[in-house]
Design a protein. Sequence first.
Length: 301
Amino acid sequence: MTVTNTQHFKIARKIVSNMTSESWETIPHAVISYEPEVTEFLNVMKEINENSTKQTKLTLNTIMLRVIVEGLKACPILNSHIKFNRKLVRGEVKTFEEIHISMPMVLKTGEMMTINMHDMQNKTISQMRDAIADSARRANNSDLNEVMFEVSLDNTLTGLKQGKIAQTICRLIGSKTGKHKVKTLKGKEKKEYYSIPTTDRLTKHDIEQGTITVSNLGSVCRNWNGICTILEIIPPQVCAIAIGATQLVPIAEKDGTVRTGYKLPLTVAFDHRALDMGDVAPFINRLNEIFANPQIIKEWV
């Protein structure tokens, strides 16, 4: 076979590969799809944006983050981390008051970075919009390798403190030697980069582990006509949620008539060690309430 190209993993790909491998190796995933009708919801969104500018417009992604936060408040167990020792069969689930959403974001370079949107539990939709815009601004001023290296180094040192000596040695070999060596800034370039105020670039605080992951897959592929069928949970989180693309579909009424309307596919993956379907039900029930009465989102702007 003729090889057309070979790409060695950069640090971002290394981190994603490591985290997703750990996810599938250790977590028994349970996944459900949820497809609410959002026809009236989209109409209310249109009303809210009627006199908006490009800067003040509220996107479906931002509004859905607020909806998901409402669901998490009704079902806080989804906003948790798990610790489980299989050998001793001991485990615990810690639920957090703060909602820190890990949100994958596509940068202007085409690269993807997962940003931690901190303290979303009390933000209005407008505040969420501004926080996301500010994170995107700082991300586009950032050197992806430098930020990722900071996080990777911090994780390695944490592992060393926990006695994971073999893991630490392997990571150092993998990142510091040969063709797979991680390239970071040096000398003048490094000095100039770190002279940028932290208010204008990302730090490890911005990409540290959140309490839950929400991915807007519909914004990546807007013409996608389908649902996300499986989704990885990033440990130690117990839940991940994917937002799909709105779809115009036939909808049957209770009287047997058929009309067209919009549905928005959502995927909820949860760690079956920590949760059962009954634990997830309050989240779905709260979202059902919101989509049945979408005028409520005007109160969250």
